[in-house]
Design a binder for this molecule. Structure first.
Ligand code: PEP
Ligand code: MG
Length: 292
């Protein structure tokens, strides 16, 4: 029933003149699955294990991923995004002076490689059991080499669709190179803002710098979308910006192919897209020239 519900009765994301922009869900577990979206664009797997003192077993992980894949066979499962800023006690990471700039996201693999291996094996097993074709993506990727190594690991475990998040300006600047290594990009605007503007994403006094309408952030997003178009590969946005109806037409105009958000945001974003033609979206995005 959930699987049918994800198709949604109110239809897919489209501009007024019918250009598709997929509307996807950000979830922390199967409990967050909801009607009305076209799939899952970000499954934050670390949320399953936040209070755990021991590492989640392979079987527990298979069960959690299979529950989501049974409802949404092409869900994008993000590998653990933890570190001293988002601590997972079982990782036993030492305190760091600059947690946001330290060992977090994919970087945890440098010190605890078994964790990623088990997680990728659990995703592959959950896919086999459900007949799904899952997508995995890594958080906090900074270089082409990291993207290539992650893709190689995931593919060796039998996962066919591999992507990386663009959360660090170095990744946005290398979007074309990353897309030579992986199948899709997903832009995490929460962290991309933090790192592009050197502004702690939690800091209440820096909200203006973290505003996703900042031109420098939009330019980074546009660079990724351009690289995606050139490579013929999807480039989505999955940070908070994706759920903002004021920004959705701008992101569509920049060439983003999907927007992934909390379920509550889907109706307003769908409506905002439907209210603008692609030419209007492109004008809002500062791209006057016709699309090639
Ligand atoms: C982001 O950084 O925009 C993102 C989607 O990841 P998280 O919010 O989980 O860091
Ligand atoms: Mg992030």
């Amino acid at each position: 029933a959930r699987r049918a519900a994800l198709g949604g009765s109110r239809g897919p994301g489209r501009t007024a003149d019918g250009h598709p922009v997929k509307l996807l869900l950000n979830i922390g577990s199967a409990a967050d699955l909801a009607e009305g979206a076209e799939g899952v664009g970000l499954f934050r797997t670390e949320l399953l294990f936040l209070d755990r003192r021991s590492a989640p077993s392979f079987d527990e992980q298979v069960a959690a991923y299979a529950e989501v894949l049974a409802a949404c066979p092409d869900a994008v499962i993000r590998t653990l995004d933890a570190g001293t800023d988002k601590p997972l006690p079982f990782l036993g990471l030492p305190p760091e002076p600059n947690p946001a700039l330290g060992v977090r996201g994919l970087r945890v693999d440098r010190v605890r490689p078994a964790v990623l291996d088990t997680q990728l094996e659990a995703v592959a097993e959950a896919a086999l059991r459900t007949g799904a074709s899952p997508r995995v993506m890594a958080p906090m990727v900074a270089t082409r080499q990291e993207a290539a190594a992650f893709a190689d690991r995931a593919r060796r475990k039998g996962i066919a669709h591999v992507g990386v998040m663009v959360e660090i300006p170095s990744a946005a600047l290398q979007a074309a190179e990353l897309l030579e290594e992986v199948d899709f990009l997903s832009i995490g605007t929460n962290d991309l803002s933090q790192y592009a503007f050197a502004a702690d994403r939690q800091h209440p006094d820096l909200a203006d710098l973290l505003d996703p309408a900042q031109p420098a952030l939009l330019r980074l997003i546009g660079m990724c979308a351009d690289a995606g178009r050139a490579a013929g590969k999807p480039v989505g946005v999955c940070g908070e910006a994706a759920g903002d109806p004021r920004l959705a037409p701008v992101l569509a105009g920049l060439g983003v192919t999907s927007l992934s958000m909390a379920a509550v945001s889907v109706p307003a974003v769908r409506q905002a897209l439907a209210g603008h033609t692609m030419a209007e979206c492109r004008r809002l995005a500062g791209r006057q020239e016709p699309q090639k």
